[in-house]
Design a protein around this ligand. Sequence first.
Ligand code: TXA
Ligand code: MG
Length: 317
Amino acid sequence: MITKDVDLIADSLKNGEIVGMPTETVYGLAASIYNETAIEHIFAKKNRPLTNPLIVHVSSMEDARQLVQEFPSKAELLASHFWPGPLTLILPKSNLVNDVVTANNKSVAIRVPNHKTTLNLLGKLKFPLAAPSANPYNRISPTSAEHVESYFPDINILDGGECQAGLESTILSFEENEVVLLRHGAIPIESIEDLIGSRVLNRTSGGAKVNAPGMNKKHYAPLCELILTYEPLFMLSAVKNKKIGILWFKKVQIDSPQVFVNKVLAPGGSFEEASKNMYAYLHDLEKQDLDLIIVERLPDHGLGKTLNDRLIRASYK
Ligand code: TXA
Ligand code: MG
């Protein structure tokens, strides 16, 4: 059920249920970090491996401090600048954080979401909320309460409207004096480097460990094939007898009878607009029973990098 009743959702959470909750990035599937059964329920509901840890959502820096052993000075700087906002920090966890939440890691992922309704909800609770994105494992992330309902019709979902950022948070960890990027996200890496005055180490393409963020090669994917290319027209000329949808960046470059549906991510031309629309448009296209979605690749800087990262994973076979 979709509701705007924050008290009802707070009661559901106090009763140990899992709920859909809005954030400025994407909707989350939330439960109390102190309720182990509910946390296990989140993993089961998403079909998510128990080795893939969850992000903890708190309403303030003070609440975050309870959950960690220390805030390195660069983490402190980043949090005070970007929170509330789409920045997740990986820090050494305190004893308050259950191992199920962190998948037995000694660190915890934390952020303060920048969404009025969510902050209102957190203010009514005596516990932080663990919440992964509210999509089944590997499927397209949800940016509206309706998207969540289509995946999980049997839970209570707090309606906070369409997500304003539309892309998941940027994830950073800290190693000695270095800041490490683990997942591209709604805060472009350039903004982070400007603030800290140095480069960050980029570990977004992964390594041996599967449980690190955003490292799954296949992720965020629609059910049909997706191709990401700088040259949608060229790609189109190579495909025959398929029901095709094209997702353009700024404008439609061809209106061919071969194309069943055209959509434009950012008619105004900004990356922010494209980010807000991307998952929503992929959801729309997924519903149209297409054989193939062709997506115009974005320029590879700022949020264009995050968008390309998600689309590369969505296109992985
Ligand atoms: O914007 C967001 O971050 C959204 C909203 C709901 O807050 N949440 C989200 O959660 O994207 P999820 O579960 O879809 O992605 C979280 C990522 C995972 O890839 C996980 O591996 C990583 O964060 N992560 C969580 N805890 C971690 C930890 N202790 N160490 C390393 N990575 C961690
Ligand atoms: Mg996710």
